[in-house]
Design a protein around this ligand. Sequence first.
Ligand SMILES: Cc1cc2nc3c(=O)[nH]c(=O)nc-3n(C[C@H](O)[C@H](O)[C@H](O)COP(=O)(O)OP(=O)(O)OC[C@H]3O[C@@H](n4cnc5c(N)ncnc54)[C@H](O)[C@@H]3O)c2cc1C
Length: 363
Amino acid sequence: MAFRATGTRALRHQASLWCSASSLSATLRRGFFSRLVNTLIFAEHEEGLVKNSSVRAIEAAGAISKENSISVLLAGTGPDLEKAASHAASAHPLVSQVLVADSDMFLHPVAETCAELVKLVHQMGSYSYIIAASNSFGKNLIPRAAALLDVSPITDVIEVPEPRIFVRPIYAGNALCTVKYTGTDPCMLTIRSTSFPLSTLESRTEASPISQVDISTLKEAALGRSRWLSLTSQDTERPDLGNARIVVTGGRGLKSAENFKLLDKLANKLGAAVGATRAAVDGGFVPNELQVGQTGKVVAPELYLAFGVSGAIQHLAGMRDSKVIVAVNKDADAPVFQVADYGLVADLFQVLPELLEKLPEKK
Ligand SMILES: Cc1cc2nc3c(=O)[nH]c(=O)nc-3n(C[C@H](O)[C@H](O)[C@H](O)COP(=O)(O)OP(=O)(O)OC[C@H]3O[C@@H](n4cnc5c(N)ncnc54)[C@H](O)[C@@H]3O)c2cc1C
């Protein structure tokens, strides 16, 4: 039995955000920079490459203004940082400079230390916007840096209709809120990278300049109360869940960690990332870094396959923007069918082995 969802449009409503702090100098500066917009992107990098989510943050800055002068800030140390800086310098045509904070204290970046770095760099450059991707690091960093700079951050931005006007989801993605930022500079944002696909702008022929940030004044303030202890992560060849083109998700219906391996096999064949509901994570089937939803990752792949997922509102909040949603559930009334483009009312333990048999191996 197949379903075609009617598709629900999120309610859009207006709201305004006022910042309590405002000063004459900041107002004058804002007036002065109204034509000349300059933005600082805090970019994450891995193995010598700027992460895709950070490149999309640059894209979001381009949506604010095409006249935007964009500085990309990278923190780290060693050869990987050097490679990432070269990548950043030619990653996007809108980047005008790359700022590098090279120190052992950024070997494993900690949000508290990076927030102090953002404050320092803003004091040097007086940015009108400071942006990071809305992932676990960006969500940890931007509110801290905003507190240090005494401004209110705007999180999870999905659209920039006008400079200083932003659209962001609220109520677990059931409504969209249009927010006007009337505070002082800098206007600090986290952006949902899935909402800012990379444009087809031609890649730059000439790399932008790379300069070192003088962090000599940072050490004392930053090496404070938090320190990096260890990283636990899945060692997998699969694409990153946040950026994957295809996501295969399992819910409580999978019943066990052993059964979840069926989804691993399917993901391997499709070149997909594996996701999970909170019930599957709480059941110990998979680690919590795979959780999709309001309190997990937000994904918007081209294809989202959900097996044994009921479609609770908190789960939908993390995947409803996927281009094509396919759901397999044995309960015809499961709410997931309301958002699914294609639905199959069936036992996943019959469907999955059949799919695995029919799909060719990934080349
Ligand atoms: C504050 C808060 C935040 C939350 N954040 C998240 C979040 O980020 N992400 C998230 O996912 N949840 C989140 N939740 C939990 C959420 O409310 C749901 O409990 C959860 O999403 C349910 O997961 P599920 O669909 O796997 O399980 P269930 O709701 O139990 O659904 C299991 C489904 O599997 C189907 N099924 C069972 N066996 C089979 C079979 N053999 N074949 C086919 N179908 C089968 C059933 O019909 C059922 O529809 C949050 C809850 C709260 C209160």
